[in-house]
Design a protein around this ligand. Structure first.
Ligand SMILES: Cc1cc2nc3c(=O)[nH]c(=O)nc-3n(C[C@H](O)[C@H](O)[C@H](O)COP(=O)(O)OP(=O)(O)OC[C@H]3O[C@@H](n4cnc5c(N)ncnc54)[C@H](O)[C@@H]3O)c2cc1C
Length: 368
């Protein structure tokens, strides 16, 4: 189908065609709904392709499949990011999901009881709008990064591909979440490496096939069924989940120490062009990789649909003050696993049951 030919009032537009948007598309297709997925990237799976070269997912293949299609790999293996990207691309094709690629929605607003999305001079109208643009929208870098000496090579983990991007000399990896730990271990093979920060805990078992068989099913169960908005322990944990990095899963601090990575306190500023740590130490480094996470970027959504520029009041992705507006793939939308592959399917299925259908009479069929 040529998605450019979709015309008229849509039942639903999904903004973002990563795993969250595609999964919701799968369920809407099952319901024979008139919907369109608008995605900024050129190909399904690009969000994964754009991550660093050596990235392998933490979640075993048995948990990486989306509804209707298991991930085609040894269930206890950990797919590469390109295998995952290929799977998502194939998923969109095999399920004939209507995705319009290369379409970054620049504005979303409400007009006369429906939603309008605009991109590059075109506009789409729908009774329902779902924001599924992911949690890695805007790389977060401290403002003092601009004071690093001009010769310092610095970039965010979102721009990291491999150690070939670095110049000779020591590397400082700032932030000890999973990205920071994995990148620090990789660059330590070619560069003297310092990792700054404190991890938000560590998975107490070694990651790998044995963990995939015995320990990760427990982690998955906790993330899907125990730490949810429906349990007291989940409601208590939710703010911390949103605010802090996840515990280290594969690369732990002892692995970093064994690889010769120097672990130091967090970076608090820059003096004379060099990073300064919380204990006052000034480091002499040639490269800095900011593994400092991401922030939401909803600047393209009409502020009237948001709460002070942030996610509005919602329950499991259903906006409470704006009928027809939905969110998917956000951190702890319903459970600790909400923004991961194992959590994507359930949240999408729930939302698909909540998105009101257009009366048949209003539906303009998609042109083939
Ligand atoms: C480094 C890293 C490793 C991870 N490893 C794992 C793992 O091992 N296992 C696991 O389960 N999860 C993992 N995750 C978490 C999660 O599964 C991924 O972040 C996943 O990509 C989220 O899917 P998504 O569909 O919510 O968002 P994304 O994959 O980010 O997709 C969002 C889509 O929206 C599009 N978009 C954004 N803004 C607009 C706009 N304005 N208009 C149109 N389109 C737009 C983007 O182009 C993109 O295609 C990892 C995340 C990161 C960052």
């Amino acid at each position: 189908m040529d998605n450019n030919s979709v015309t008229g009032m849509l039942d639903t537009m999904i903004i973002g065609g990563g795993q969250a948007g595609l999964t919701l598309g799968y369920h809407l297709k099952e319901q024979q709904r008139n919907f369109l997925i608008l995605d900024a990237n050129q190909r399904a799976g690009d969000a994964w392709r754009q991550r660093w070269d050596s990235l392998r997912v933490f979640t075993p293949a048995k948990y990486d499949g989306l509804p209707g299609e298991p991930f085609p790999a040894d269930p206890l293996s950990f797919p590469t990011k390109d295998e995952l990207a290929g799977y998502l691309e194939g998923y969109a094709e095999r399920n004939a999901l209507p995705v319009l690629h290369g379409t970054r929605v620049e504005r979303l607003w409400r007009e006369g009881g429906h939603f309008v999305a605009a991109s590059n001079g075109r506009r789409w109208e729908a009774r329902n709008a779902v924001v599924a643009t992911g949690v890695s929208q805007e790389p977060k870098v401290p403002a003092f990064a601009t004071y690093l000496a001009a010769g310092t090579v610095q970039f965010h983990s979102a721009a990291y591909r491999n150690p070939g991007q670095l110049q000779d000399g020591p590397v400082l990896v700032v932030g000890l979440g999973n990205s920071g730990a994995e990148i620090a271990l990789e660059v330590s093979r070619t560069h003297q490496t310092i990792a700054a920060g404190k991890p938000g805990g560590e998975l107490p078992v070694k990651h790998g096939r044995t963990a995939a068989r015995y320990a990760l099913p427990i982690v998955r169960f906790l993330g899907l069924h125990v730490l949810t908005l429906d349990t007291p322990v989940g409601r208590k944990a939710a703010p911390a989940f949103k605010a802090h990095a996840a515990p280290l899963i594969r690369t732990k601090t002892k692995d970093l120490a064994a690889a010769g990575v120097r672990l130091v306190p967090r970076v608090t500023g820059v003096e004379d062009g060099q990073p300064v740590l919380a204990d006052g130490t000034r480091l002499e480094v040639a490269n800095v990789i900011w593994c400092t996470g991401f922030r939401d970027d909803f600047s393209w959504i009409d502020p009237e649909l948001l709460d002070g520029g942030a996610l509005p009041r919602q329950h499991r992705g259903v906006a409470l003050d704006t009928p027809g507006l939905f969110f998917l793939g956000q951190e702890f939308l319903y459970a600790a696993a909400s923004a991961t592959l194992p959590g994507a399917g359930r949240d999408a299925r729930y939302l698909a049951g909540k998105i009101p259908q257009l009366g048949r009479i209003d539906v303009l069929p998609m042109r083939q």
